[in-house]
Design a protein around this ligand. Structure first.
Ligand code: UDP
Length: 341
């Protein structure tokens, strides 16, 4: 799609104040799309929303409000990032995940149907696969989530299929593996509260160092599970730079708007790193010794998640270019350091 064509297209981004959503909004604006963000700011940050985008503070539980936004915006497409994301929390509060990821998701589809918006790019997850035997995991693998986060994302994928069949809404579901890193502008990064993701927690522990009064000294990073059937006993994940990830969203949107064909793609780097490997890579990048302690497994965690991402490369023409573990950690470190000044 040329810049000229893109500038005629209007996109609604849900969760556009969040980590990945805010990066996507920036790239969409850079590419010439007209962007509106809806976000309830429960986890996102208003300051992270690109100034070129229009912002509506709204919870996706508000169907009437959503219908109003959809009617007014006459959107060509929706990018849906809003939702609950923490695997551990999903095992304690599945009701929250069903509400935010399934019920609110259906509201969005309803609002799209009523307003005649026929395209959606959805932020899905590798957690839909559970612990498949086949690694790297292709999109055709059986979906068998081991946590409620994955269950709710899988259910929304099912809703997408039904809304396509019954109401002609085309979709692309992007199953991300582990997104991390920060935009090179230095203005955007990963800031969850509470933070549960490995790379930001590792960097936080690095920043705490070994100072006597460091919180990291009293509450070091925990490695969740050291007895998995992996070479060093810790979980293996496939980390992808957020910049590569959002580039794939724009390509997926372009594909959807051009071809109107629904599909599902894995987005990842295709290489796995254990928790211990992430910690030692972060020690190299930061030059700091990172305090940690071995801890029990986190409920719901699959041991190994590595993607086969050849389909996205072939069909969307996508290629991750920033996703070496060092570059991911270095970009996150740069952003986290700027926040701590
Ligand atoms: N992890 C860990 N300690 C932490 C946070 C995460 O050992 O404080 C592990 C987690 O068990 C998983 C990996 O790091 O194996 C990545 O977890 P994260 O929450 O970042 O992403 P997820 O894979 O759950 O989407």
């Amino acid at each position: 799609m040329s810049l000229n064509e893109a500038s005629k297209k209007a996109v609604l981004v849900t969760g556009g104040a969040g980590y990945i959503g805010s990066h996507a909004v920036k790239v969409l604006c850079d590419s010439g799309f007209t962007v509106t963000v809806v976000d309830n700011l429960s986890a996102g940050h208003l300051a992270a929303v690109d100034v070129r985008a229009r912002f509506e503070e709204m919870d996706l539980g508000d169907l009437a409000g959503l219908c109003d936004v959809m009617e007014r915006g006459r959107f060509d497409a929706v990018m849906h990032f809003a939702g609950s994301i923490e695997v551990g929390l999903s095992m304690k509060e599945p009701d929250l995940f069903f509400r935010n990821n399934v019920v609110c998701g259906q509201n969005l589809l309803e609002a799209m149907r009523r307003a005649g918006c026929g395209n959606i790019v959805f932020s899905s997850t590798a957690a839909v696969y559970g612990s498949p035997k086949q690694v790297p995991i292709p999109e055709t693998a059986r979906l068998f989530p081991t946590n409620y986060y994955g269950v709710t994302k899988m259910l929304f994928e099912e809703l997408l299929k039904s809304y396509e069949v019954f109401y002609g809404i085309n979709y692309i579901a992007l199953r991300y593996f582990n997104a991390a890193g920060a935009d090179s502008s230095g203005n955007l990064g990963e800031a969850h509260d509470p933070e549960t993701h490995l790379i930001p927690l590792v960097l936080r522990a690095a920043a705490g160092g070994f100072a006597a009064d460091s919180p990291a000294k009293t509450a070091p990073l925990k490695i969740f599970g050291t007895d998995y059937d992996t070479p060093d006993g810790t979980c293996i994940r496939d980390y992808i730079h957020v910049t590569d990830l959002v580039k794939a969203h724009v390509l997926a949107l372009d594909y959807l708007l051009r071809n109107g064909k629904s599909d599902v793609f894995n987005l990842a780097n295709g290489k796995g790193f254990s928790v211990r490997e992430v910690i030692s890579a972060a020690e190299k990048v930061t030059g700091k010794k990172i305090p940690y302690k071995d801890a029990a497994r986190r409920e719901g965690d699959p041991p190994v998640l590595i993607a086969d991402c050849s389909k996205a490369k072939k069909v969307l023409g996508w290629e991750p270019v920033h996703s070496s573990l060092e570059e991911i950690i270095a970009s996150a470190h740069k952003w986290h350091s700027s926040q701590n000044r």
